[in-house]
Design a binder for this molecule. Sequence first.
Ligand code: HPA
Length: 272
Amino acid sequence: MADYNKIQDTAAFIKQYISTPPSIGIILGSGLGALTEEVEKEMELSYNDIPGFPVSTVEGHAGKMVFGKLGGKQVMLMAGRFHYYEGYNMQEVTFPVRVMKALGASTLILSNAAGGMNPSFKVGDIMVIDDHINLFPEHPLRGKNDDRLGTRFPDMSEPYDHKLIELAMQAGKEQYLDLKKGTYIGLSGPTFETPAEYKWLHIIGGDAVGMSTVPEAIVAKHGNMRVFALSVITDLGVIGQVHKVSHAEVLAAAAAAEPKVAGLVNALVAKM
Ligand code: HPA
């Protein structure tokens, strides 16, 4: 169960350092931290210095929270997230989203690196997530519900905000990006998928698969936030074309797409 007092304590700690509350929270995935450079930075906190925060351990993650302005909006941005496969429980994985909401953010933007199962995808494509399938073995809302944080049985008929998707597609067009749209399947990892798993994940309706995003999106919806998320396709799990994949390869493909992602999110935020 989410610990209301702990969330409030962490939010109160952060509030001491910021002059304006954020309206948008952003969590950037593996190798996708470049957007941080585009924020007019007002303040920065290392996760290690935020009471209540776990410490990020994965290569490609800087582990800092940045506060400032992006596209004229007040944002708080995390370069580096907490993954379930690292050993954090679901309360820890989603704690930053609770804190963002407690600080006043009404919108959450998420990015991730993902494997593509849709045969029309190529490495480097950007997929706007319009739905998800949750295959994590533990649900972030399992346990006693705290009504101050959200309702017991949250509606999930529109997990990713249609208006934000439309704005992003518009921004993509203006930037000559060939944006894809699709369903993201979130699962635990840390193994990449076997050929049979990729095949199954595609059959059940997945266009991309990764090890994050779904728990954060669920908790944001629980807190009545609008959610926008995108995947960078860093490798392919297309039937008949499954190759060896390494974390280094994922990071390299993410890095190559990073400027496009940063430009897109920047434009989306400006349009909001
Ligand atoms: N599977 C799961 N997670 C991933 C992948 C993948 O193929 N690529 C990047 N993250």
